[in-house]
Each structure stands twice: as structure tokens, then as C-alpha cells.
Write a protein that binds this ligand. Sequence first.
Ligand SMILES: CC(C)(COP(=O)(O)OP(=O)(O)OC[C@H]1O[C@@H](n2cnc3c(N)ncnc32)[C@H](O)[C@@H]1OP(=O)(O)O)[C@@H](O)C(=O)NCCC(=O)NCCS
Length: 342
Amino acid sequence: MNNISYDLIETDLQCEAFENLLNCSFPVKKNTSFFDDFPIWKGNHHFPLFKVGAFDKGQLVSCAAIVLRELKIGYSRVKVAVIGAVATDSNYRGQGLASHCVQFLQKYADDHQVGVIFLWGSEHGMYNKLGFDLCGLQFRVPLNKALNPEKSYIKDENWNDQIIELMKSRKSGFEIGIGNEQWLQSHKNVNWWVAKKEETVCGFIAFDRGIDLQNIVHEWGGDPDAIAFLLNELSQIRLESQIIGNREELESLQISLSQGIEEYICMAQVLDPGPLVSAISKGEKKIEIQKQGDQWIFKLADQELRIDPFHLSQIIFGPTSYKELKDTPLPFSLWAWGLDAG
Ligand SMILES: CC(C)(COP(=O)(O)OP(=O)(O)OC[C@H]1O[C@@H](n2cnc3c(N)ncnc32)[C@H](O)[C@@H]1OP(=O)(O)O)[C@@H](O)C(=O)NCCC(=O)NCCS
């Protein structure tokens, strides 16, 4: 333990060790790579990426990474981050190495004025101790009920560059920007289907990813009729397929949530509620926010709410609704598309 040092993962050799550690720590099949499913952690996709590792005499034994992104909230954009690629060599687990790496990234996010850090991990206890809480609400709904699409299209089972424009026009989620095409296309195990009228793509869906999201539609966009057409086609080929989304997104596709399973979207740590709440409550009564000691004060018209930082993610993204906030737009209905979940 005394020999452990922490450093950035930068050189080609360190990056190779990073990939190997991830391949050994996750259920990655032989001759494939963790980056086939999670290319965001490989880098070169126009998202600022920062990777940190714990080294024992130069050997990488634990790692974690963070990307900076933007979350769309109405017409505002809030700077957010996603942590992922967290792994520790099996001989070094239980010594606090992964926690230490994540703490470096939390400091990095704070230094970069990030409003909130998101992560998708099953080690809830470990992340709770680091200040992350489960939040948001999504539904996982089987596609086995006939969707009765009203229109017919030409189906193409391939990536099409027009998908990007449809993704950019989605009203919620993380911003898709210049240079992200290559990132989207480098998900080797994702299936993209488009619905076309002549050469125009009217709608698309994406399903599968590899280690996770198998048989799950996790990205879609375009005309709801075209999406319904594709979902219907998929449900006939893959009887076990499902779709995940938040209430608003699924209801806009006329998908009934009655057969759906409710689950948290992710874990999050809110570092600064100010920009988030100001974007969410734009056009409504202003909620003034101040920090006092270790607590955040939400000043409402007739009262003040003192909030422990750990509870900010549920206050802002739900699913719990606080009675004191019933006249405000909180909680905000968060949605992160499948490929955003690093
Ligand atoms: C999860 C993982 C990264 C933890 O690494 P680590 O260096 O052992 O983690 P730490 O020593 O910092 O653990 C901190 C705490 O979390 C707990 N913890 C670690 N792994 C856990 C797990 N899989 N489930 C629940 N709790 C876990 C530890 O017991 C420890 O608690 P303690 O402080 O009460 O002792 C490591 O087990 C791993 O590489 N797993 C496989 C890859 C993976 O699933 N990564 C997470 C994806 S985001």
C-alpha cells in the first residue's frame, strides 16, 4: 500500500495498461475491448477527457476517468461531467484505491465549475460514501404489445449520417455536438435502424450495446410515427426487446408505462445547484440559492429550505417530490440517452 502513487494516465503505455485493466475488470469477451462498448473512455471524441490511475511501482492497478459534457435544460446548457471506467486490479481491491481515484476526479470537476457529476455504477455503497446518490426516474417497458404504427417506411439497418441531425433536435438530454459522429459510430455492438421516405431519414432507433443494454432500445429520435414503425418491426423480430426512457419521452411515443419497471436513472453528485436550478426555473419564479457553511439554502417566496449537499441530486432530479417545492419546477425530469451512460 505504501508504494502506491497517483498520477494521470497519459502516455501510450499507460493508456494500453488502462485498456487492459478495464478488459480484465469487466465481463469483456476475449479478443474484444471494453472500448467497443464504451468508446467515450478511449478519447479523441471531442469531449474533454481526464484519466487518473493508482500505480504500484509504475504498474497501473486502479483507474477512473471523467468526461465534461453539457446538459440541455430548455434553451440553457449546464456544464456537467460523467465518471466511468472505474476499476481496480483484483489483487488490490478493498484498499480504497478506486475511491481515491474518484476523489481526484471530483476535485477536477469542482475546479472546472461542473454543476453535477453523473455516474452509472452498481457499487452504490462505495459511491454513497463519496457523496453520490441515486436519482431520476426511468421506465423499462417491454415492446411486446403491438404499437400499431400508422405509416409505413423503408427500413434500413445501418448507421446513416442524418441520425446526427435528429439527435441534435431531441429536446432533452446531453448535448450532441461537432465531432461526436465518430464517437457514436465507434460503438461496435450498437445496432442502428432508420426509417426512410426516399432518401430522407424520418426516424431512428438504436438498441444493444454489448456488456449492457442488450435487447434494449436506448436511443431514438425523429418523427414519432417513424419511431413507432421501427419499434414495431423490432418487437416482431426480438420478442424480448424493451425500451428505456423517462415518462415524458415514452409517453410522447404513446407507449403505455403500465407494464414498465420503474428504476433510478443514475447516481449523481450536485456540486453547484445554482446553474441547474436557474436553468430549470427559467421563466418561473426565481429560486435564490446560497451556500451557508456545509449547507445549501433554497430561498422560496415564503420559506427557506436548508439542504444537505448529499440530498441535492434527489431534490433536483427526483424521484422524491418535496412538498416545500410543490410550486416550483423541481424535481426536473432528467433524461440521459443510453450512450451517454458511460
Ligand atoms: C468496484 C471496484 C472498482 C472497487 O475498487 P476498490 O479499489 O476495491 O474500491 P475501494 O477500496 O475504494 O472501495 C471502497 C468501498 O466500496 C466497497 N466496495 C468495493 N467494491 C464494491 C462492490 N462491488 N460492491 C459494493 N461495495 C463495494 C468497499 O467494500 C469499500 O467499502 P469500505 O470503505 O466500507 O471498506 C472494483 O471492485 C472493481 O474493479 N470491480 C469491477 C469493475 C467494476 O464493476 N467497476 C465499477 C463500474 S463504475
